[in-house]
Design a protein around this ligand. Structure first.
Ligand code: PMP
Length: 383
């Protein structure tokens, strides 16, 4: 007998046929560089825990202390009953880190982008986005109802042409880009984008999910490293270098005031949990005051880059702790990832539809030792 859900079989079959099928594997990692993956201890080269803070005792203690004081759940949305003093403290710390007037924390980076983009652009507006932008920037653009046009990845000539052709037809224009592209590890030309935005009277939203804590002398992100933290909207996550969970927007006091009234993914959802909030506050303090963690991360990136060069292996980009290596088609890439796993290395294959071409994505952390990176290099050579 047929049911209204039979289409699911067909949909799953077509996902399998395209080699796009994905499933979870159980990973448990409090240690900064190793993890138990499906029951087996492995070296972790797939985590966004860039500074190794997710297992840091000080974050754990801060999460416990916040839970002891405020309980496990915020129990309500920020505008009703969920606004804790702790949320205010975290927002002040983020605004300080980002050198902005104000900040607003969301339940995740994904929700921060969805809610912000949909609140600041509408049907009469234009959004121009890098074609490789993260899913939440693209979905936020769709949700806003604006006309969303992609420009070619990192291609400022294409962005300029699309601005010249389209800008005048729309009320407001928003340019959106990742600062560090999550699957390629390359960097947006933010200064040039800011100049173009000024010429064409556009707002700019930059997703610093992979830049915060990693770039900038205080860890404020690529925007801080480039000295361009004003006149743009900085969005990011608390879940990568900050080792917690949640997202944020940082910008002018006016913008944040407006988002408190218009960002549906902030207004209509339960406030961030006390534990996540407390851990994020502790992380920001460490990120601001311990630049040696960042130094160690970049030493590891340099060591790995040098090793790849010696092996004649070319990463898609080598400007960040994300180094992606293309090794062939989807079955070949899956095979390389499986062979790395046999050697005790967790560095999974990332493939379409997440990315246009399959690759092994390797992320480095401050906590990796050079011996661990050397072992990864040996295994890459072998497989
Ligand atoms: N932006 C980018 C560039 C990301 O890589 C991610 C996480 N994969 C997000 C946003 C979403 O952040 P979160 O995990 O906090 O939802």
């Amino acid at each position: 007998m047929s049911t209204p859900y039979d289409w699911l079989d067909r949909a799953l079959a077509s996902i399998h046929k395209a080699n796009w099928y994905r499933s979870t594997q159980t990973v448990s990692s409090k240690a900064a560089t190793t993890a138990i993956v499906d029951g087996r201890e492995m070296l972790m080269f797939a985590s966004n825990n860039y500074l190794g803070l997710a297992g840091d005792r000080r974050l754990i203690d801060a999460a416990i202390a916040a839970t002891e004081i405020y309980g496990t759940g915020a129990t309500g949305s920020r505008l009703v009953s969920g606004h804790l003093a702790l949320h205010g403290q975290l927002e002040t710390a983020i605004a300080d880190l980002k050198n902005t007037e104000a900040a607003l924390v969301f339940s995740s980076g994904y929700l921060a982008n969805l809610g912000t983009i949909a609140a600041i652009a509408g049907a009469r507006d234009l959004i121009l986005g890098d074609e490789y932008n993260h899913s939440c920037l693209k979905k936020g653009s769709l949700l806003s109802g604006a006309t969303a046009i992609d420009y070619r990845h990192l291609d400022l000539t294409d962005l300029t042409a699309k601005l010249q052709e389209n800008r005048a037809k729309y009320r407001r224009c928003l340019i959106i880009t990742d600062s560090v592209f999550s699957m390629d590890g390359d960097l947006a030309s933010l200064r040039e984008i800011m100049d173009l935005a000024q010429t064409h009277d556009c707002m700019v939203l930059v997703d610093e999910a992979h830049g915060t804590g990693v770039f900038g002398d205080r860890g404020g992100g690529l925007t801080q490293a480039l000295g361009i933290q004003q006149d743009l909207i900085q969005v990011g996550t608390l879940s990568k270098a900050l080792g917690s969970l949640g997202g944020y927007v940082a910008g002018s006091a006016k913008l944040i005031d407006y988002l408190r009234n218009r960002a549906a993914t902030w207004i209509y959802t339960t406030a961030l949990s006390p534990a996540d909030t407390g851990a994020a506050i502790a992380a920001i303090e460490i990120i601001r005051t311990e630049p040696q963690l960042r130094d160690r991360l970049w030493q590891n990136v340099e060591f790995f880059k040098q090793g790849l060069q010696n092996l004649g292996i070319q990463a898609i980009a080598d400007d960040s702790p994300i180094l992606a290596i293309e090794v062939g088609d989807i079955p070949q890439t899956l095979q390389v990832a499986a062979n790395l796993r046999k050697n005790g290395i967790f560095a999974p294959a990332i493939r379409p539809p997440t990315v246009p071409t399959p690759r092994i994505r390797i992320t480095l952390m401050a906590s990796h030792t050079q011996a661990q990176i050397q072992f990864l290099l040996q295994c890459l050579q072998a497989v």
